[in-house]
Design a protein around this ligand. Structure first.
Ligand code: ATP
Ligand code: MG
Length: 269
């Protein structure tokens, strides 16, 4: 796989400071050439998703996590441009409601996993329960520290039952986040995206990096791998995600279902 270099081998201790958020290794010919590739990959994704929907056999789950302004929304918009919305279900996971908090943390997640023929995209996910929850001590360490194992078991269950899982951590630099937050203040059309609370989270950058490193080190498995996507450049982020997604779908070797017999003899009057 072209994007293999960004896949975390199970058991690797990830040190995010050694991962360059501005890496462009997969695009040696630069941005313009990459744009062409992105277009082609996006078209191929459209075909593959149609095939997946028609065949109604495979299920794909794509998880997106990132720091604030990391580009989750933009990635969804660009990667799935032109793809039939009927076959793609996007779920955003916000602060849990009272009802959600009254259950275990995976309760709200399971219902949104993909059905046969569907691609489900998680904009944030159950990983918040070992990220924001860990950083803010929303539950005691003995509670969150057990969750990595739960999550691995949960994803194993999904995989055993036929779900292909791909997880993407969109890696931006702290400096890049600063510029993106500043743009949300400076550009009136972006003001709505600015939340003062994002600054409090930014102050906890190092704690978040540590929490992400634990996630990437402990929950990347053969059946549910993490990819660290260099995301300072938006086009490069989209290129990496598309490469992984398209290549994974190609490997499923999908076929349109067999047509009903005798179709060629039918005369419609
Ligand atoms: P985003 O920032 O993802 O683009 P948004 O700005 O529309 O989305 P926010 O309210 O900023 O919406 O993001 C969702 C918030 O919910 C985040 O701060 C996230 O950490 C928080 N959140 C998600 N899941 C949980 C959870 N399980 N426990 C506590 N907080 C959570
Ligand atoms: Mg936000």
């Amino acid at each position: 796989m072209k994007a293999e270099r960004y896949r975390i081998e199970p058991g690797t201790e990830v040190d995010l400071s050694s991962w360059d958020p501005a890496d462009h290794a997969m695009a040696p010919d630069g941005k313009e050439a990459a744009r062409k590739t992105i277009k082609q990959l996006n078209r191929r994704l459209t075909e593959l998703q149609e095939l997946m929907y028609a065949q109604g056999k495979h299920k794909v789950l794509m998880v997106l996590q990132a720091m604030d302004t990391g580009g989750k929304d933009g990635a969804i918009r660009k990667v799935f441009r032109g793809v039939n919305p009927q076959g793609v279900k996007v779920t955003g996971f916000k602060k849990p409601t009272g009802l959600e908090l009254a259950h275990d943390y995976l309760w709200r997640v399971h219902a949104h996993t993909p059905a046969r023929g569907e691609i489900a995209v998680f904009n944030r996910s159950h990983y918040e329960d070992v990220l924001v929850v860990r950083v803010h001590d929303l539950v005691p360490p003995e509670v969150w520290s057990r969750r990595y194992e739960h999550i691995n078991a949960f994803e194993k269950l999904l995989a055993d039952e036929g779900t292909t899982i791909l997880k993407f951590y969109l890696h931006i630099s702290k400096q890049d986040q600063k510029e993106r937050l500043q743009a949300r203040i400076d550009e009136p059309d972006k003001n709505w995206k600015f939340a003062k609370g994002d600054l409090a989270e930014r102050a906890l950058w190092d704690n978040y990096m540590e929490a992400f490193e634990a996630v990437l080190s402990r929950t990347s498995t053969d059946h549910s791998p993490w990819f660290i996507v260099p995301a300072n450049a938006k086009w490069y982020r989209d290129l990496v995600i598309l490469e992984v997604l398209v290549e994974t779908l190609e490997h499923l070797q999908m076929r349109y279902p067999e047509p009903e017999e005798g179709l060629q003899d039918i005369i419609i009057d």
